[in-house]
Design a binder for this molecule. Sequence first.
Ligand SMILES: Nc1nc2c(ncn2[C@@H]2O[C@H](COP(=O)(O)OP(=O)(O)OP(=O)(O)O)[C@@H](O)[C@H]2O)c(=O)[nH]1
Ligand SMILES: [Mg+2]
Length: 237
Amino acid sequence: MRRLIIIPTYNERENVTKMVDRLMAMPQGFDLLIVDDGSPDGTADLVREAQSRYGERVAMIERSGKLGLGTAYIAGFKYALAKGYDRIFEMDCDFSHNPDDLPRLDAMLEDKSVAIGSRYSRGVNVVNWPMGRLLMSYFASKYVRIVTRMPVADATAGFVGYRREVLDAIDFDRVAMNGYGFQIEMKYTAWRLGFSIGEVSIIFIDREEGTSKMSSGIFGEAFFGVLKLPFRKIKRK
Ligand SMILES: Nc1nc2c(ncn2[C@@H]2O[C@H](COP(=O)(O)OP(=O)(O)OP(=O)(O)O)[C@@H](O)[C@H]2O)c(=O)[nH]1
Ligand SMILES: [Mg+2]
């Protein structure tokens, strides 16, 4: 069983070395792929430094500019499938997602095809977000559930594990959204293709280092993109 964690990065120099070290020290033997979008702060240089310590377990895809989360993950998924990984995990670099939760996500993939690290499956587990941001995220998940009928409490979650079969079945050329909407669309597509989805309750902590990349354009894309999802024809690749 080979496991890959994919982390997209944009200006994460305060976090990236600590994150790589943390993941490499875990006993499950996760491999790591960083997808860096030409971070002006030199994130990629720090990844190269880590690569000299960990060798092939740490890979990097460097893209020329800030091209968005969705296409970063798709580049990562294609890499994972080409390299023959069995389980593929998505995670942020900013420690909002706790690496110690990875084993529970991994365990859920024994039974389910998709495992979500969920902020909202048992109450609300978010620490240090301003109330406005929290309400927006919480109601975004409710909105997705009402519009799409997908039985998922945390539809925008970015802490997710996929069995390889799921990524194999999804036609990445048809994935339309690139920001937070991308996370919704991936889960929705997997669900419509008949894959099982489970949620593991996690505690999400707002980033302490580095800066947020949330923007209103990303919000608009997700709001209108979700309305279109139920009308979408979805078929296996
Ligand atoms: N490669 C790449 N990574 C990105 C891009 N935008 C954000 N990221 C990374 O994706 C992860 C999650 O970022 P976002 O979901 O935008 O949220 P954030 O910047 O963490 O903002 P907060 O939610 O406020 O913490 C972080 O590791 C970011 O560095 C992008 O355009 N390209
Ligand atoms: Mg974050």
